[in-house]
Design a protein around this ligand. Sequence first.
Ligand SMILES: [Zn+2]
Length: 412
Amino acid sequence: MKHIIILGDGMADHPVSRLGNKTLLQYADTPYMDMLARKGKTGRLITIPDGFQPGSEVANTAILGYDLNKVYEGRGPLEAASIGYDMKPGDMAMRCNIIETQDGRIKNHHGGHLTTEQGDVLIRFLNEHLGNKRVKFITGIQYRHLLIIKGGNKHIECAPPHDHPNEEWAKLMVRPAAGKADEDEPRSGRMTPQETADLLNNLILQSQQLLASHPFNQGRKEQANSIWPWSPGYRPEMKTLHELFPQIKSGSCISAVDLIRGIGRYAGLDIIKVPGATGLANTNYEGKAQAAISALERQDFVFLHLEASDEAGHDGDLELKLRTIEYLDHRIVEPIYNKVKEWQEPVCIAVLPDHPTPVEIRTHVKEPVPFLIWHRGIEPDEVQLFDETSCVRGSYGLLKLHEFMEEFMKIR
Ligand SMILES: [Zn+2]
């Protein structure tokens, strides 16, 4: 049995009055996900462990079967891995967004949806002016970049910018983590948490001065006018999926999002980059479906991640989020199902979100997500539709964290 996980980032939602109190998964036209739910088994999954924020990196790592308490090092180290930056001992990596601020508040977490090329120009510019032996800016994807602080201390509190739209940024700056003073690591040559926070806050302020006068922002309606570093961490100690599940001899990870690629890399998966994959509703759905099918032809496992629903949720765009859910159904689930359903070696398909990103809240929430599992010959449960409410009655019940992957890989 081969296995594929199709993940719609942030796809789950709440009932919306404009949709007659249906959720988006209930309202959208999703015949293929509904069919797989009808023919397969369903359930719900808690994807965020106690004490963790509902971040995509947390949820996706848990879905892949890892114990976050053992392996979690934040987004920075994952994104470093995804772009091939080999973290050295003593390095602290952070996600570094380029955001838009206006009148002292965070207007958005993406600087007006920068392209990678635009982001690269700004990141190189910042590295030229602010980079030194300790500080290094590295281009990632779109607005999502990387900041390496040599000797940085990860015991600091940072605010994920997508969780704080319209809030005053000055109140969200980096602070030493409460109760971590005893974890200063002077002997390893690391800065203290306070020194690290001071350095980062200085970088934020300096970036605002530099970016305000950069030609890129002149006459542009949306501004990419501040860095926002967050999610610090050291190099994670993750086993590969092959070590956790020996039947996965080889596998692939397909995603436009670098932190998901980083998880895939530490998990020992091949990282497949699909031309035209953007992480938005204009992504190359057909290319991603085809890449997943080709990988499945030669490998045992594929993790296929689609980011577009999450971005539409953050933008509070109901129509766009509905469309991304329908695209996932018609342009990902349909072609993959139709291609693999008759293969000699059967393929087990799972479809799920990582967390809800409700359009009316515009940020991730910590609630269970629905999932479905189908393969040829599976004994179906009574659930007929794939959505947040129907899957409550699913035969898997409510699973927690790594239990999903364990159940999924039990299907041999
Ligand atoms: Zn997510």
